[in-house]
Ligand binder design. Structure first.
Ligand SMILES: [Zn+2]
Ligand SMILES: [Zn+2]
Length: 347
């Protein structure tokens, strides 16, 4: 089969011929319906080798859904043809965090587990994906894997970031989203679904993304800049926002996050832009906490699937055949994908 593989660090990935994997004991082979193209893949293709480099080549694609093709010996709980979504961070399965379904924070993976498509394991940008255990599978029910794939990263990452801060979002509260590309659009819908009484303010450099954000439930769409800071202060009667989700994480967005968060508020850095946020007595505001998040829990993926089944969240999806994967990443790189580019290796 053809697979879209990273062959060398800091080089674009390419299509290569590889064997179809054979599932071993406890493993499961998935026929890929959709594999989302994520911004972090661009990072992987552009960044130098990580401190602990994984073996090369490996197949990209860490946002996968499809159908069960073949069970390895002794594998139970699923049957061929079942439509499933694949939980992405593959932890050890035995540490305390893994036992709680928090495999993204596996204690034996340095606090941020990788999975298929992120090094060490092949991902879903190929007709077939080998998943090491059925504990990474969540049934999709009636959802189409080609449309549902982004639920396991774009939606799960947003859902986790919102859910952990729900206690801040009472009636009359305000949440600010910095950056409303694929992840931000999903975060708006999750906020709408979980906290109906929160005022949602979307901020972006692109007017067309703000228009989409408002369609998805944002109350206000503001172009990035000083005027946006002033407007947020006005809307919150000078107090600032209870929750700021920085979906970008570069210096200008982090700086803005500190400016628009309120005293006793919270800033979550979701985007892996790698910027720095200076912390001193004067900024961020007093007792405003800051945390970064990485992906989400298996139990939360189950909740995300329920939300999608209820029609409460929907991803704008643009489909590409496997041969056009390189092009999809170019469009993503140039900001020309409105929601999520999803590769469909089986048509
Ligand atoms: Zn991703
Ligand atoms: Zn673990």
């Amino acid at each position: 089969m053809q697979a879209f593989q990273l062959v060398e660090w800091q080089k674009p990935a390419e299509l290569r011929e590889v064997p179809v994997p054979e599932p071993g004991p406890g493993q499961i082979l998935i026929k890929v319906g959709g594999a989302g193209a994520c911004h972090s893949d661009l990072h992987i293709m552009e960044a130098p080798a990580p401190p602990k480099p994984s073996k090369l080549p490996f197949t990209l694609g860490h946002e996968n859904a499809g159908w069960v093709e073949k069970l390895g010996p002794g594998t139970t709980g699923f049957a061929p043809g079942d439509s499933v979504i694949v939980y992405g961070p593959w932890g050890c399965g035995t540490c305390k965090n893994c036992r709680m379904g928090k495999e993204n924070y596996c204690e034996n993976a340095g606090g941020a587990a990788r999975g298929g498509g992120l090094g060490g394991y092949d991902g879903g940008m190929a007709p077939y994906l080998l998943v090491p255990s059925t504990r990474f599978l969540v049934p999709l029910g009636t959802l189409d894997p080609r449309e549902a794939a982004p639920l396991t990263d774009a939606a799960l990452t947003s859902y986790h970031a919102v859910k952990r801060s729900l206690h801040l979002l009472g009636a009359g509260s305000t949440a600010v989203l910095l950056g409303v590309g694929g992840l931000g659009q999903m975060a708006i819908q999750v906020l709408r679904a979980l906290s109906a009484a929160t005022t949602i303010i979307a901020v972006d450099t692109a007017a067309d993304k703000l228009a989409i954000a408002k369609r998805m439930g944002a109350d206000e769409g503001l172009l990035s800049g000083h005027e946006a800071v002033t407007r947020i202060k006005d809307i919150t009667r000078g107090q600032g926002a209870d929750l700021v989700l920085d979906m970008v994480g570069v210096n200008p967005t982090l700086q803005m996050a500190a400016q628009v968060a309120k005293v006793l508020g919270h800033v979550t850095v979701v985007g892996l832009g790698g910027g720095a946020l200076p912390v001193n007595f004067f900024s961020p505001p007093h007792e405003c906490s800051v945390a970064s998040t990485y992906w989400g829990f298996i139990t939360e993926l189950m909740e995300v699937v329920r939300l999608a089944q209820a029609g409460k969240i929907q991803m704008l999806v643009e489909h590409f055949p496997l041969e056009r994967t390189g092009e999809a990443y170019h469009l993503l790189h140039d900001g020309k994908i409105q929601g999520r580019a999803v590769i469909t290796p089986n048509g």
